[in-house]
Design a protein around this ligand. Structure first.
Ligand code: HEC
Length: 141
């Protein structure tokens, strides 16, 4: 019995601490942090949240599962983000969480290139907020 308890404890300690995303909480966090630069517009042109004509960053509708730097309507991507997509970088939820917290760091690790730079001049410091926003964006797919 005693050894089983220790084994369970070891398993718990060894499992990575992953923030569990809450899509409902993520909606208002997305609105507050992201809609100044990003629209979320569906295929029919309807804004899901925020305004449709925001174009500082790419449309984020369907971004979860999308190859980085490939939103057809956006022509201001930086070279590093396009290169990350060409290298196979896809925004699954884990990648999104990392990207939101530090876009340039995500590009540098994805490309193994310390000169890579993001054109997104925003960092979301809080990992739980990032996980909630990623869950919200995934719920729109
Ligand atoms: C100050 C403006 C600004 C804010 C605020 C901002 N972004 Fe961005 N975002 C950009 C720009 C510009 C790009 C293009 C980056 C590049 O080309 O390197 C971008 C790119 C992205 C991409 C890559 C999409 C693709 O098609 O490859 C994701 C994902 C993203 N932003 C998510 C977010 C989320 C989520 C938030 C809120 C937490 C946010 N951004 C806040 C400006 C912003």
């Amino acid at each position: 019995m005693k050894s089983m308890k220790i084994a369970t404890l070891v398993a718990l300690l060894a499992s990575p601490v992953l923030a569990e995303g809450d899509a409902a909480a993520g909606e208002s966090k997305f609105e507050r942090n992201c809609t100044t630069c990003h629209a979320v517009v569906d295929a029919s042109g309807n804004a899901i949240i925020g305004r449709a004509n925001v174009k500082t960053g790419p449309n984020l509708f369907g971004v979860v599962g999308r190859t980085a730097g490939t939103e057809a309507g956006f022509d201001k991507y930086g070279d590093s983000l396009v290169a990350a997509g060409a290298a196979g970088g896809v925004f699954d939820e884990a990648a999104l969480i990392a990207y939101m917290q530090d876009p340039t760091a995500w590009l540098r690790s994805t490309l193994s290139d310390d000169r890579a730079r993001s054109k997104m001049s925003f960092k979301l410091r809080n990992e739980q907020d990032a996980a909630d926003i990623a869950a919200y964006l995934a719920s729109l797919n």
